[in-house]
Design a protein. Structure first.
Length: 250
């Protein structure tokens, strides 16, 4: 019998773009690129399919100045984008120290990304969130307490934000990086146990996936069902801090 292979990341992104009509022909998208594995994989996939889907593509990085290595990571991202013939620009922002630093950094990041999108005429901003991100965010909402509408996390489309990799697992992205030898950087804060997301990822999910290997898939289905019950206006009015412990190193 022929051997069955899981779908590639490119196939998964194509399916998500088509199913949710995330990038109509003739549209322009700005990819938020940090130099991390997720955003670099997304940039590569969108570069590969932009002609067949007929969309314009730009990349933008935001340096929060919160880590010493951020500028160097964006240098790697810029070099990779240019190797794919994708225009790349960056914004340096200064986030004052004080309470809720990371939430304020996320808000400043989105202001910078929307400004950059407006400059290049991009009606959509793509981020590198994937199925594991979505399941982790949902679990964090549950642990902190939420109602049904609060379960509708990280939808494929949310105003001007799109998430083309929501069908993909982190393992799909890792395989794509290896297969195509894509350079990327790793943010050490993603492994910092001070953050709830890190503890959910490292301590909680391995146990739940041993109980049911399709646990992440089921969590994403739950988020989809919750989104179906939530008014569109509520989706558009959501705050910018729905994801991530760090300010967006995807």
């Amino acid at each position: 019998m022929p051997r069955s292979h899981p779908p590639t990341l490119i196939t998964l992104v194509r399916a998500t773009l088509t199913e949710h009509q995330l990038l109509p022909r003739g549209s322009t998208v700005l990819v938020a690129v940090s130099g991390g594995p997720d955003s670099m994989a997304l940039l590569h996939v969108l570069a590969r399919i932009r002609k067949s889907f007929a969309f314009g593509l730009f990349a933008h990085g935001v340096d929060h100045g919160l880590r010493l290595g951020c500028a160097a990571e964006l240098d790697v991202a810029e070099a990779f984008a240019r190797s794919l013939d994708i225009p790349f620009d960056r914004t340096k922002i200064l986030v004052a120290s004080g309470g809720n630093l990371q939430a304020r950094a996320r808000a400043a990041r989105w202001i910078a990304l929307r400004s950059a999108a407006a400059r290049v005429g991009a009606g959509r901003i793509a981020t590198g969130h994937h199925a594991d991100d979505r399941a982790e965010t949902l679990m964090m909402r549950i642990l902190r307490g939420t109602g049904v509408r609060g379960l509708a996390v990280l939808p494929p489309s949310d105003g001007d934000r799109i998430r083309p990799m929501l069908r993909a697992r982190r393992s799909d992205i890792d395989a794509h990086l290896v297969r195509h030898r894509i350079p990327h950087s790793t943010d050490p804060s993603n492994a910092d146990p001070r953050f709830l997301r890190t503890r959910v990822r490292q301590d909680v999910f391995p146990v739940l996936e041993r109980l049911n290997p399709r646990f992440v898939e089921h969590m994403c289905t739950l988020a989809d069902h919750a989104a179906e019950t939530r008014p569109t206006t509520a989706q558009a009015g959501r705050g910018v801090g729905a994801h991530a412990n760090n300010p967006g190193h995807r």
